[in-house]
Ligand binder design. Sequence first.
Ligand SMILES: C[S@@+](CC[C@H](N)C(=O)[O-])C[C@H]1O[C@@H](n2cnc3c(N)ncnc32)[C@H](O)[C@@H]1O
Length: 284
Amino acid sequence: MPVTLKDLYFETRKTLQDGGVDNVDNIARDFIKHNIDVADIDIIISSEREILSSTVKDVQEGLKRRLDGEPVSRIFGENEFWGIPFKVTPDVLDPRVDTEIIVDAAIKKFIGDPPEAVLDLGTGSGCLIISLLTEWPKAQGVGVDVCKKALAVAGENARINKIEKRLKLVQSNWGDSVKGKFDVIVSNPPYIANHEMPNLPKEVKNYDPILALSGGEDGLNCYRLIIKEIKNLLKRDGVCFFEVGFSQADDVTRLVEDSGLSVDAIHPDTAGIPRVVEISFGEK
Ligand SMILES: C[S@@+](CC[C@H](N)C(=O)[O-])C[C@H]1O[C@@H](n2cnc3c(N)ncnc32)[C@H](O)[C@@H]1O
């Protein structure tokens, strides 16, 4: 018996439901749309359309990976951040919704007076700097990562989002190879403490690169290194935004203030957890 679009949709939903996955309607539709060129509405109006057995097999293989714990974005190799598309590979952190707090805070800070030069330390997929460059069409950006493969992904994402002419990607140990001064510096560095690494959920531990996660003994190593470089890289009236992990805002604030810089605001995430530390020379 040929498999129809309706059969495939209901089978996909059932497999997800039996596997204890939440939000099955949306995920089932996403699996179908990823494998067949259809819109949501086609799943209803073209429900009798016949589906190739190779497509059914592809959907089933994807579902198996999902039920084994792999995030949907890893299976599809793409995710959305700040409403725009990003390719993701095993070499980059899967962009997280909490990280959008940096973009939101930076945009609000520069309303009416957009910055010219933006630096992203630890760019990964490029989600932060690419989102900011799409919001500030005259700005130029530099995205830094120590991982060459991550930079290749960021380059592809810059092309997908048509900002590649305004983004320079540099392989560097934090700011070591970066020249110039910036109006805005953003960073979401690795911040998981060594003792927390074994307890991470398996969809993080098994799929995000360790280089994007591990922040050393107390999780603060990368902040210590980056904060030392901020004074050389930030313009006197510039602003820097760091994402911080759960319960790290006070420790990062102390590191910033010990370096002579000023913490001007701490922005919470949607759960009310302090998530982004806003830093300047404190001269405004
Ligand atoms: C938590 S991920 C953030 C990626 C991306 N900015 C985001 O928010 O999704 C941290 C990134 O820092 C990079 N990184 C780790 N150590 C680094 C170093 N010493 N110098 C530059 N980048 C580094 C990792 O490769 C990774 O891409």
